[in-house]
Structure formats: structure tokens, C-alpha cells
Design a binder for this molecule. Structure first.
Ligand code: PLP
Length: 379
């Protein structure tokens, strides 16, 4: 059976060089980075080297990078500590956010009584700067704005630079979930008025179970996990040394090859759009598809027929794509984002499907995907 992987927004296969380096570190560099002997200090030095590398990429200070276990943990730490320790009483967000942001906000609303303000996107998944400004203006309460850099379901890229400026003007904290962009795009925080961001290594061919939070030093965020005081006392627990080294290596490879990876993957995405338009009459795309406004790694399709089992049928043909969340029958339910973007007619008569690419994806993978799709579509 074919094995065609078109679900790189969910996770990417680990790079061989990353894996080799991690194995070496696991075998040879087992010291605890908090130990004062040379074995511990050797491990500590590896971590600090990765921290410096990340800081140089984001143009921030190394001390502003806090290693965590994943994007979910980073987003939880930031949102919850803003409420618990920084006096945030109101959070401005949007229904486009990943579940780990949405659920953190909901948790703070339920347990801490904060006010949650949701900016409604238009049918393209966009929110305007005017909507953000109106929300900021509407109250004097201490506010956190949490709006993602790029959406993981439809791929829209949001203007975090302009949102950051607005937040600064109105004295609000600004957090952006940058899990889908770090390692893929130029992300320069020296030019962005941003207080917090998040990253996950497995989205750019690094290992699972490691990520980081960017925490602006001036923000005075505090820890949610207490203990030995690692990571500037913001995230206690013995560091995942092989994971952090793997994250660093994956980032290094991604940045060294960024232009090639980007142009290849963009070509694959454009090819997929062309082939799908040729073969599936009535096909549409959710959100934006252009280079400027959407991730080159992701394409959100709206098939012109209803089939909640489509993901399963493609899987039977050896093709991995993403289709909302599974329910008990093996069929899938549309996600909260799709429920927001699609009208009733589209909900009843069409099927959203996400395909996501990497530098490893080939045109023949797209051909096989389109062929499989054509074979399962109703006549
Ligand atoms: N935020 C976004 C936008 C994501 O796409 C994901 C993963 O799918 C996460 C957060 C969660 O990251 P992790 O899997 O590292 O917890």
C-alpha cells in the first residue's frame, strides 16, 4: 500500500540528522544540567547553546527563551500565569485559536472569573485591526490579547506586528501562538511589540515532547510548575536535554534550508491547487491560498460533496490527511473553526479536508492524492 503523508501541520517526520544527534546526546551526555560537576555542566552548555541559537533567530535575549514540553504547555503557562500573577482580568481572543489556547481561556473564565472577549472572524477567517482596537478600547480592565500568528486549520497568516502595536497603545499584554510559523517563516520579535509566544519542535522535523515559550523579560511572568527553579524559575523540572538539542538541530536545519524548503513546498501547494481545480469540479478552498496571506505548508479544501468518512477512505488508500475530529462511528465532526466559517448550505453539502506539506512532499504524492480523491468522490 502507498504511504503518502500529507498531514505535516499535525506533525512532521523527524529529520535523520536530528535523530542521530539526539541518540548521541542520550548516550554520552546524561548529566543533570543542574549538577555542578563537569558531566552536568556539559549538558547545561548544550542547552544554553540552543537557547542562544533560538534567541538569535527571534532577535530576542537568550534569557527570554523558556524550554517546555510542547506548544500546549507554553500556551497554558503564558495565559494562566498572566491571570494568576500579572493581574489580567480580561482576555481578547478569537474562535480561530488552537484548542490549547481556547481551553486555557475558558478555564480562566470558569475558575478565575475573567472576562473573555471573542473577535468574530469573517467567512475567510480574517479578523480586522479595527475589531481588535474596538475590543481593546471597550474596557479599562487589565487585558491580555491572545491571537495566533498562523492558523493550523486553514493556514491564514495574521498581522501580529500591527496587532502588537495596538496592544502596546492600549497597555495590553500580547501573546501569539506561533507554533505553525516558528521554523518556517522569518519571525523577528525585535520589530514586534509582543510579550509572549510559543513553539513546538515537532512542527519542523524536530522531536515530539519539547518546545519553548518566549517570555519578554519585562513581563514578570511567573511559573505554573514549581520545583528546582530551572528555566529562570519559570518551568521547574530536569530539562529534556536530548529533546532541546534536537529542537536546536531541527531549527538550524530549517533555517539553513529555509529558502529551498519554502520554494519547494510552495510549488507543491500551488501544484495541488491546480490539480484539484482540474479534477474536482466545484472544489473550493477555506481561508486564503496566496503566498502572502497563507502558510506555504497548508491547504484547506472544501470538497463539493458530503462525506464524513472521506479521511478514513483516503487512509485505506494509504494517504494521510486531516479531517476534523473523529467521533465514535469513525466518521468525523467539523471543527469549531469550520463551524464558524461555513454557512448552513456548505455544512450540509460539503466536506472540509486539510492537506499539509513539507520539503519532502513530491508532486507524485499530490498526483496520488488527487487520483484517490477522484476515485472516492460520489458520481
Ligand atoms: N498551537 C497550534 C497552532 C498548533 O497547531 C498546535 C499543534 O497542533 C499546538 C498549538 C499544540 O502544540 P503541541 O502539539 O506541541 O502541544
Amino acid at each position: 500500500m502507498k504511504n503518502i503523508y500529507l498531514d505535516n501541520a499535525a506533525t512532521t517526520p523527524i529529520d535523520e540528522q536530528v535523530m542521530d544527534l539526539m541518540i548521541k546526546v542520550m548516550r554520552d551526555c546524561y548529566g543533570n544540567p543542574s549538577s555542578t560537576h563537569s558531566s552536568g555542566q556539559e549538558a547545561k552548555a548544550l542547552i544554553e547553546e540552543v537557547r542562544r541559537k533560538i534567541a538569535a533567530y527571534l532577535r530576542v535575549q537568550p534569557g527570554e527563551i523558556i524550554f517546555t514540553s510542547c506548544g500546549t504547555e507554553s500556551n497554558n503557562l503564558i495565559i494562566k500565569s498572566c491571570v494568576e500573577h500579572l493581574g489580567v482580568e480580561r482576555i481578547i481572543t478569537s474562535p480561530m485559536e488552537h484548542k490549547c489556547v481556547a481551553e486555557s481561556v475558558r478555564d480562566m473564565k470558569n475558575r478565575k472569573g475573567i472576562e473573555a472577549v471573542y473577535i468574530r472572524p469573517n467567512s475567510k477567517g480574517d479578523i480586522t485591526l479595527d475589531q481588535v482596537e474596538q475590543a481593546l478600547k471597550s474596557s479599562d480592565r487589565k487585558t491580555l490579547v491572545t491571537l495566533m500568528h498562523a492558523n493550523n486549520e486553514i493556514g491564514n497568516i495574521y498581522d501580529i506586528s500591527s496587532i502588537g502595536k495596538l496592544c502596546r497603545r492600549y497597555g495590553a499584554y500580547f501573546h501569539s501562538d506561533t507554533v505553525q510559523t516558528i521554523g518556517h517563516l522569518d519571525v523577528d520579535f525585535s520589530k514586534t511589540e509582543i510579550d509572549f509566544a510559543s513553539c513546538s519542535a515537532h512542527k519542523f522535523h524536530g522531536p515530539k515532547g519539547v518546545g519553548f515559550a518566549f517570555v519578554r523579560k519585562t513581563s514578570k511572568l511567573k511559573c505554573m510548575i514549581s520545583g528546582g527553579g530551572q528555566e529562570r524559575d519559570l518551568r521547574s523540572g530536569t530539562e529534556n536535554v536530548p529533546g532541546i538539542v534536537g529542537l536546536g538541530k531541527a531549527l538550524e536545519i530549517s533555517l539553513e534550508n529555509k529558502d529551498d524548503y519554502q520554494s519547494h513546498t510552495q510549488e507543491i501547494k500551488d501544484y495541488a491547487i491546480t490539480r484539484l481545480k482540474e479534477e474536482i469540479i466545484g472544489i473550493k478552498f477555506n481561508g486564503w491560498t496566496s503566498k502572502e496571506k497563507s502558510l506555504y505548508t497548508l491547504l484547506s479544501i472544501l470538497l463539493p460533496f458530503k462525506d464524513p468518512m472521506i479521511g478514513f477512505k483516503l487512509d485505506m488508500k494509504g494517504i494521510a490527511v486531516s479531517q476534523g475530529s473523529a467521533c465514535s462511528s469513525g466518521a468525523t465532526k467539523p471543527s469549531a473553526v469550520m463551524l464558524m466559517l461555513l454557512d448552513e448550505e456548505e455544512m450540509n453539502n460539503s466536506t472540509p479536508l486539510r492537506v499539509s506539506f513539507s520539503h519532502r512532499t513530491k508532486k507524485k504524492d499530490i498526483d496520488a492524492f488527487v487520483e484517490a480523491l477522484v476515485s472516492v468522490q460520489p458520481i
